[in-house]
Write a protein that binds this ligand. Structure first.
Ligand code: NAD
Ligand code: UGA
Length: 431
């Protein structure tokens, strides 16, 4: 049984902690947010993630997983310390490393035995070396340590399964022995292991996220061309995807990407490139195409309503940036709701799990307890998040409840012919 501490109990930290505990390790997970730790000790999860509650409770009961705010308690006796704190966008798009710096400092000040410090947060190229400098500087007495990069590739909404069945484990370090020990820890995941240097591992993470974001922006550009010429982007994507060099994944055209990662990571990579005098045209275009999607949803819905939102009520089906999460960070729903409100519309919202989070961000949006209550009296609905429950809505009932039967399907979840046959004024993406 290895002892591991995980620093930062957010989306990545809690999943990392719970999964490593489930794999038979002893895990102490630490956060500076006292309320979060108190809640976890009472069995209240900080985030919504399918399967997490059960996994955390089972491992707490088995004595393999515990939570603390005390760095000395977390670091003492641990062989590995995972840093999984946030790296949000700074004012110019750069990654803000203040939380990583604070975590490195606190680890250094509390370590008394050799430790492998593993960076799981997504950090700019060179951060591993910088963390090593912080640790060296802040140690009370010299204790052996290594810094290893082991970026995380999980997606919210399917985080447990992604963590436990990764496509690959990337490990970057100049210390081969430390890299091998980290590889050993990941062996039960049975994924290919890529061992490389620190900077390359850090870059693999950014390049992967940027590529996926670009793939989505690409299909969204194709969607607009499909729409202009009468082709169907869903079928185009399916037809393209059979080519193994292209693949079926991440070709869903729609409102575009949001969330806590693609937006900040594409921005941070572009910032890194520009800082070295490069011109990251592809990254900048990927961003531009994406953020234009949100404006296009609003202008295309306006067209369905005769050009103006004045006095109109619009209902948003889904608020989270993707299904199966309550994460509202850079969710397209935020920009869409604000743009609608600025254009004179009254905006309503419904989301199966994200409404509590959304209320704080979108106070002007009236929240409803189910999609039917929201639809009653609306001039139009916009599908913002493709939650499964929206795919099985009683659309005949929705049509009766709406003031005018207008649906803008921003995630292509309904069938065009069916919607038209039912008498909806229906517009989707790229079809
Ligand atoms: P998050 O904001 O959900 O959680 C971060 C946690 O760190 C918070 O609970 C915060 O209180 C805590 N924290 C901040 N400073 C701390 C400190 N000094 N010591 C201890 N705890 C501290 O963040 P997240 O979404 O889990 O992302 C973490 C990192 O992982 C980011 O770099 C992100 O880019 C990367 N990542 C995220 C995902 C994802 O799906 N969310 C996936 C892969 C990688
Ligand atoms: C993404 C990556 O997929 C993970 O590999 C990575 O670990 C993570 O970022 C991260 O670094 O934090 P996540 O943001 O949780 O994961 O969710 P995704 O499933 O990738 O979706 C991101 C956004 O893209 C969502 O807004 C989603 O609606 C959108 N998307 C996704 C599309 O518009 N079309 C698609 O085909 C796929």
């Amino acid at each position: 049984m290895k002892q591991i501490c995980v620093i930062g109990v957010g989306y990545v930290g809690i999943v990392t902690g719970a999964c490593f505990a489930d794999l038979g390790n002893k895990v102490i997970a630490l956060d500076v947010n006292q309320e979060r730790i108190e809640n976890l000790n009472k069995g209240i999860m900080p985030i919504y993630e399918p399967g997490l509650d059960e996994l955390v409770k089972r491992n707490m009961q088995a004595g393999r997983l515990s939570f603390t705010t005390d760095y000395a308690e977390a670091v003492e006796g641990s062989e590995f310390a995972f840093i999984a704190v946030g790296t949000p966008s700074g004012v110019n798009g750069e990654a803000d490393l203040q939380y990583v710096a604070a975590a490195a400092k606190s680890i250094a000040q509390n370590m008394t035995e050799p430790l492998i410090i593993i960076n799981k947060s997504t950090v700019p190229i060179g951060t591993g070396d910088w963390v090593a400098d912080i640790v060296k500087r802040e140690q009370k007495k010299p204790v052996e340590f290594s810094v290893v990069s082991c970026p995380e590739f999980l997606r919210e909404g399917s985080a447990l399964s992604d963590f436990l069945h990764p496509h690959r484990t990337v490990i970057g370090s100049f210390d081969r022995d430390a890299a091998n020990k980290v590889a050993q820890l990941h062996l039960p995941l049975r994924a290919p292991i890529v061992i490389t240097d620190l900077r390359t591992a850090e870059m693999i993470k950014y390049a992967s996220n940027a590529f996926l974001a670009a793939k989505i922006s690409f299909i969204n550009e194709i969607a607009d061309i499909c729409e202009a010429y009468g082709a169907d982007v869903k079928e185009v994507a399916a037809g393209m995807g059979y080519d193994a060099r292209i693949g079926h994944h991440f070709l869903d055209a729609g409102i575009g990407w949001g969330g806590s990662c693609f937006p900040k990571d594409v921005l941070a990579l572009a910032y890194m490139a520009e800082a070295k005098g490069l011109d990251p045209r592809m990254l900048n275009t990927t961003l531009d195409i994406n953020y234009d999607r949100r404006k296009a949803v609003v202008s295309r819905t306006a067209e369905l309503l005769g050009g103006s939102f004045k006095g109109k009520t619009i209902g948003l089906l889904g608020l989270a940036f993707k299904p199966n999460t309550d994460d509202m960070r850079d969710a397209p729903a935020i920009d869409i709701a604000q743009e609608l409100t600025a254009s004179g519309a009254s905006v309503r919202g419904y989301d199966p799990v994200a409404m509590d989070v959304a209320r704080k961000i979108l106070p002007a949006v009236e929240m409803f307890e189910n999609p039917y209550a929201m639809a009653k009296g609306c001039d139009a609905l916009i599908v913002v998040t493709e939650w499964n429950e929206f795919k099985q809505l009683d659309l005949a009932k929705v049509k009766i409840l709406l003031k005018s039967p207008v649906i803008f399907d921003g995630r292509n979840i309904y069938d065009t012919a069916t919607m038209k046959a039912m008498g909806f004024t229906y517009r989707a993406i790229g079809r």
